[in-house]
Design a binder for this molecule. Structure first.
Ligand SMILES: C[C@@]1(CC(=O)O)c2cc3[nH]c(cc4nc(cc5[nH]c(cc(n2)[C@H]1CCC(=O)O)[C@@](C)(CC(=O)O)[C@@H]5CCC(=O)O)C(CC(=O)O)=C4CCC(=O)O)c(CCC(=O)O)c3CC(=O)O
Ligand SMILES: NC(=O)C1=CN([C@@H]2O[C@H](COP(=O)(O)OP(=O)(O)OC[C@H]3O[C@@H](n4cnc5c(N)ncnc54)[C@H](O)[C@@H]3O)[C@@H](O)[C@H]2O)C=CC1
Length: 191
């Protein structure tokens, strides 16, 4: 059983440290920005690949620092992602982040992760996150692609309409719960 608890982070108001600007660093940044274009990211790497630089340069919320990792970069950060190709450095980042009670992801070592990055589907206001408990990231990718295709674009319109209806409801909490459940019945009714 997958015991991970998903939360939806407002990464535009959290500071993320990403260490390592190679293939994996680029992939992590790409999915982060795809879902959260204004994610606040400080990227530290001995060197950055061309694709990392071109991706990071597209937004002003990503800062690149060409340097080897140092503990000082953990200052004023909420989340840390270690994506260097040096296992010892990744472990050091993990240990120093844990000393500060920061949440840390070590891309190449699931056992050193406090959280995993998941497959993510966004349709306007709707967001679905997928995890395979680290068993098969590729399966998470395929499921993401499948859901991106089958979830209709109209879902966002539906959410807007439901929100407008919700705002018209006058009455106590119990009344609102009843009304919202009634009007959304058709979403799960198979007949
Ligand atoms: C545990 C986790 C930790 C974390 O990184 O957060 C992790 C770990 C590892 N990934 C590895 C490999 C690959 N990862 C991908 C792709 C993705 N990986 C993602 C998440 C996660 N990857 C977390 C678990 C999520 C879950 O619970 O399911 C996704 C969903 C999200 C994202 O990256 O943002 C994103 C798809 C996004 C999308 O398309 O929607 C591909 C496929 C591809 O790139 O096409 C491959 C190559 C094929 C293969 O190996 O499967 C390796 C082996 C490295 C090696 O061999 O050295 C490890 C390490 C290990 O497992 O030991
Ligand atoms: N979680 C995932 O989705 C995946 C994880 N991996 C693993 O991730 C690791 C990284 O792989 P790649 O990105 O392909 O390697 P890469 O060689 O493309 O990138 C590594 C980056 O780390 C930087 N770096 C190395 N030492 C550093 C230090 N001390 N301080 C700061 N930056 C430093 C390098 O300059 C380089 O930019 C590998 O261990 C690989 O097995 C690989 C594929 C997928």
């Amino acid at each position: 059983m997958n015991q991970l608890y998903p939360i939806f982070l407002k990464v535009h108001q959290l500071n993320i440290l990403l260490v390592g600007g190679g293939n994996v660093g680029t992939e992590k940044l790409e999915f982060l920005l795809k879902s959260s274009p204004k994610a606040q990211v400080t990227a530290v790497s001995r060197e950055f690949s061309e694709s990392f630089i071109s991706l990071a340069s597209k937004t002003d919320t990503v800062t690149m620092i060409e340097d080897v990792y140092h503990e000082k970069y953990l200052g004023a950060k909420h989340l840390v992602i270690a994506a260097t190709d040096d296992k010892a450095v990744n472990k050091q980042i993990h240990d120093e982040a844990k000393d500060r009670y920061l949440l840390v992801n070590v891309a190449d070592t699931p056992t050193l992760c406090d959280f995993y990055l998941g497959g993510i589907v966004t349709k306007g206001n709707l967001k679905v996150a997928i995890s395979t408990n680290g068993k098969s990231p590729t399966a998470a990718k395929r499921l993401r692609q499948l859901l991106e295709e089958v979830l209709p674009e109209e879902l966002d319109e539906l959410l807007d309409n439901l929100n407008a209806y919700r705002d018209t409801l006058k009455g106590d909490f119990e009344y609102k719960v009843k009304a919202m459940n009634e009007i959304t019945k058709g979403l799960v009714n198979k007949d």
